[in-house]
Structures are given as C-alpha cells and as structure tokens.
Design a protein around this ligand. Structure first.
Ligand SMILES: NC(=O)c1ccc[n+]([C@@H]2O[C@H](COP(=O)([O-])OP(=O)(O)OC[C@H]3O[C@@H](n4cnc5c(N)ncnc54)[C@H](OP(=O)(O)O)[C@@H]3O)[C@@H](O)[C@H]2O)c1
Length: 302
C-alpha cells in the first residue's frame, strides 16, 4: 500500500497525538493527518509557536479537527502532566507519534539533569509512551518513533550516558537516535498489543539544522545550513511522508522502519528501510529500557 499526501485513507474518528507539531515534519504531518479527517493533538512546548501552528493545521481543510496541548519533553513533570491531561480528554489514543527532537546542541541539561539530546529525544518520549500505555483505557494501537540516519554512528554509552566525561554534540545526537530505534524494537517485544514502528525523513529542510547555530548566535553556521538545506534537502512536507505512512499504513508490522527511497535514503517517497544491527541488538535494548525506567520512574506495569 502506498499513497501520496493527497491520497491518504480517511481517518475520521481517529485520535492522533504528535509531539513537536509546531514546526518542520511534525507540523506538516499534523496538517496532512488533520486534512484526512483525524483529530490531531498537537503536543508543543511553546504556547505561542503552538498557537500559530494550530491555526495553520485548522486551515488545512474545512472542519479540520486539531487541538493544542502543552508538553515539554525536557521536563518529566511536564510529561506526566501532559499524559494525564491527554488521557482525561482522550481515554483512547489511536496513534502516538514521537516526533519532537533536538539535534547537535552544545552540552546542556533537562530539568531532571539529563543531557538534553538523550533527555528530549529518548527519555522524554520513553516516559510519555510508557505512561500513556499504562494509564490509558486501551493502549494506543500504534506508536511511531521518528528516528534518523544518525543512528548509524550512535553508540549507547552506558558508562557516560549524559556526556559528563566526554561530550560531542553529533555523537550525542547519534546516541539519542539509536536509542529511539532500540526503544521502538523493545516496545514491540514488551507490548505486543501495540504496533511499534519507526521512520526517518532522510534530509528535510526544517528548523532542526540551524538550531544549534542559532543558540550559539553563529550567523555563519545558520547561513551554512540555509545554503545546504536549499541545495540538498527535500521539503519538510516530503520529509513528513514517512511519518504519515508509518502512522496510517495498514501493511506495517511492529519493527518496520520507513525512510525515503532515494540515494542514501536522503530524499524520495517512503519505503521500508533497514536499521543497523546495533539498532536491533536485544541485549542493548533491554539494558536501555531498564535504565530508562530507572531514570524516569515510569514502568509499563506498576
Ligand atoms: N529534518 C531532518 O532532516 C531530519 C532528519 C532526520 C531525523 N529528523 C527527526 O525528525 C524529527 C522532527 O524534526 P524536524 O526536522 O521537524 O525539526 P524542527 O523543525 O526543529 O522541529 C522539532 C520539533 O520538536 C520540538 N521540540 C524540541 N524540543 C522539545 C521539547 N523539549 N519538548 C517538546 N517539543 C520539543 C520543537 O519545538 P520548538 O519549535 O519549540 O523548538 C519542534 O516543534 C526529530 O525527531 C528529528 O530528529 C529530522
């Protein structure tokens, strides 16, 4: 089964939650899913950026159903509050899309003291997913994890997960994206009632690339990314298609991973792709799961 953004199956009656829905891939995916009739919950950290994005999604088609809820994945208190508020409004969530992410930022910490990339990209989403699964009336039918090609150079540094002894922004990003895929595979084993899949957008022009330069106030870095995005990246809309496919295609099974079909999986229409062997290592996945439970205090079963 394949489709373009204009041919999505009808999604009326489905509740789809997407984190980081105010920008880039999350925003484009939210607009496409709402256009196809889903009720989209846009989970965003900034109310102002979220409101502007909500307006855009609601304008995607007459009667588009979308709502904004506040979620800061870099703060476990916010994750817990969001999950509880979500489930009181929507006791049954059909699809949870773990999309939000940060890339290659200088060393920094979340509210709970985790390194920002592993904290936001993996631990925040781990806590959110586990809580929604445990507390929901029924578990979401599907959980989509947005990973990256960067998982290829990632390694889980169990002896220094938060980069206290040694930190490199790109290696820390790779670690967090490998963690995303290990999580997706371990979730498939621990919650067989859920379809746990992953996807990556290839290289898509979004706010992700320039964020570290903007934070550091580097005009040169920001200009470099503007140029590279213009020259090599696909649009954010095209980059959102693997996410949308992962959320709604009915020919997917747990463990499936979608990415662009073009050279080096950088651009192109979605197809099933392969993750590295490291991403499928059961021992590492189980160890990371246990550590994530310990760090976040969230467990699938009490
Ligand atoms: N673009 C690419 O080429 C590419 C390639 C591979 C993988 N990816 C993955 O695709 C996903 C989406 O990225 P994107 O390219 O669309 O980037 P983006 O335009 O920067 O969007 C990232 C989203 O995540 C949100 N976010 C960041 N930290 C958050 C936090 N603590 N709590 C809640 N939300 C938070 C951002 O909110 P703010 O607007 O408030 O910052 C934004 O909405 C990420 O997981 C990324 O790793 C992207």
């Amino acid at each position: 089964m394949s489709f373009t953004e204009d041919e999505l199956p009808a999604l009326e009656g489905r509740v789809i939650v997407i984190t980081g829905a105010n920008s880039g891939i999350g925003l484009e995916a939210a607009a496409m899913l709402a256009s196809a009739g889903a009720h989209v919950v846009m989970a965003c950290r900034s109310p102002a950026r979220g409101e502007a994005a909500l307006e855009r999604v609601r304008a995607a088609r007459d009667g588009a159903r979308a709502e904004l809820m506040r979620l800061d994945l870099a703060d476990l208190g916010s994750v817990r509050a969001f999950a509880d508020a979500l489930l009181s409004r929507h006791p049954r969530v059909d699809v949870l899309i773990n999309n939000a992410g940060v890339m290659a930022l200088p060393h920094g910490r979340t509210a709970d003291g985790f390194e920002r990339q592993i904290g936001t990209n993996h631990l925040g989403h781990f806590a959110l997913t586990v809580r929604v699964l445990r507390e929901g009336q029924a578990p979401p039918a599907r959980v989509v994890t947005v990973a990256s090609h960067a998982h290829r150079w990632g390694r889980i540094r169990f002896d220094d997960l938060h980069g206290e002894r040694r930190y490199h922004p790109w290696l820390a990003y790779g670690q967090s994206k490998l963690a995303n895929l290990l999580f997706m595979n371990e979730l498939a084993r621990r919650a067989p009632e859920v379809t746990s899949v992953a996807c990556h957008p290839g290289y898509a022009s979004t706010n992700l690339q320039g964020a570290a330069s903007r934070e550091a106030g580097s005009g040169l870095g920001a200009r470099f990314w503007d140029w590279a995005n213009g020259a090599f990246a696909q649009s954010a809309r095209a980059g959102a298609l693997p996410t949308v496919h992962a959320a709604v295609r009915d020919d997917l099974a747990s463990g499936d991973y979608l990415g662009p079909r073009g050279p080096f999986e950088l651009v192109g229409a979605p197809r099933k792709v392969r993750a590295t062997r490291a991403a499928q290592d059961r021992e590492t996945a189980a160890r990371l799961w246990a550590l994530s439970e310990e760090l976040t205090g969230e467990r699938l079963r009490e």
